[in-house]
Design a protein. Structure first.
Length: 95
């Protein structure tokens, strides 16, 4: 259990409701900052939470299904002609 208590807001609930940061004292900006300074950072995180990959753009979060933000960003990169990871690996090993 977190030392901050059980006052948390899921990412998909907060994403299109920025007023929650300013109007809700128990889940607002103070709790966000306490969470940021209270949790230790991992050296590397290769995984994305299901809140970002399944529920972020859901119509009625957290129950509905949303879109995958990571997949949208990968497709956006392809649309703009950004080379994939294999191109980068080849460039690093050749250089």
């Amino acid at each position: 259990m977190s030392s901050l208590g059980d006052n948390y807001v899921f990412c998909e609930q907060q994403f299109f409701n920025p007023h929650l940061l300013y109007e809700e004292p128990e889940t607002g900006i103070d709790m966000l900052l306490l969470g940021l300074i209270g949790d230790s950072a991992h050296a590397s995180d290769q995984f994305l939470t299901k809140q970002v990959t399944c529920h972020l753009f859901a119509e009625n979060p957290p129950d509905g299904l949303g879109e995958d933000l990571a997949a949208l960003n990968i497709q956006r990169g392809r649309d703009h002609g950004i080379p994939g990871i294999l191109h980068r690996i080849t460039f690093i090993t050749v250089a």
